[in-house]
Design a binder for this molecule. Structure first.
Ligand SMILES: [Zn+2]
Length: 219
């Protein structure tokens, strides 16, 4: 089976958040254009789904052969863009969760909601690093504390399995770049699983991303 990835971004012309939902992007396709990180600028032939199932209202069809990388925003430029439409907290973005998992993470009702991707302002970020996963604990600007939220950052996942430097000091590097007083988080609601759409963190922006940039071959 081909490894797939979730790819979403901001349509700069229409000023809306969009996801490359159908077909599901593969890692090979992303490698083919040199990999993507937050702030990558792309062009792609994309059409919104006529009747997306909430909360995944950002879904659309795309034509794989048309995906091209055209540039890269630096982190300050990306933060300025994201901050314009940021929320002061998870509840403002998605509403109150309907359920909580045993780990402490929050979930939402499938079939409801007005978005599944958002930028949230935060005051503090800390990580729980396990052998096979990373969980994020954070406090948003509303003062709400969110626990054990899975980190679904593609560059981080690939470094963990492909990067020689990360084989020696993954956790230290991760904490250096993604822990501390917060700025912005990209958060999302996953596809329905185990009865709910679970909160996840797609990217952490503290202005310190240096190591976790894409690469397409072992180094
Ligand atoms: Zn690495």
């Amino acid at each position: 089976m081909r490894a797939s990835a979730c790819v979403a971004g901001i349509h700069l012309g229409a000023h809306r958040t969009v996801r490359l939902a159908t077909p599901n992007p593969t890692l090979q396709q992303l490698d083919g254009i040199g990999g993507l990180i937050p702030g990558s600028l792309v062009t792609v032939d994309w059409t919104a789904d006529a009747a997306p199932r909430p909360p995944h209202v950002e879904d659309g069809h795309w034509v794989p052969g048309t995906l091209q990388k055209t540039g890269q925003l630096d982190e300050d430029g990306l933060l300025a863009l994201l901050d314009r439409d940021s929320f002061r907290g998870v509840v403002q973005a998605f509403g109150e969760p309907v359920n909580w998992g045993s780990s402490g993470n929050a979930s939402y009702s499938p079939g409801q909601g007005s978005r599944s991707l958002a930028t949230v302002r935060c005051t503090d970020v800390e990580l729980a690093v396990w052998p096979d996963r990373v969980r994020v604990n954070f406090i948003d600007r509303d003062g709400r504390r969110w626990r054990a939220v899975p980190l679904q950052d593609l560059a981080v996942k690939r470094h963990r399995v492909m990067c020689k430097a990360c084989a020696r000091q993954f956790e230290q590097t991760l904490r250096r770049e993604f822990e501390g007083p917060g700025r912005l988080l990209r958060v999302g609601l996953a596809r329905e699983w185990n009865g709910g759409c679970w909160l996840q963190v797609n990217a952490i922006f503290l202005g310190k991303r240096n190591h976790f940039v894409p690469f397409t071959a072992p180094r």
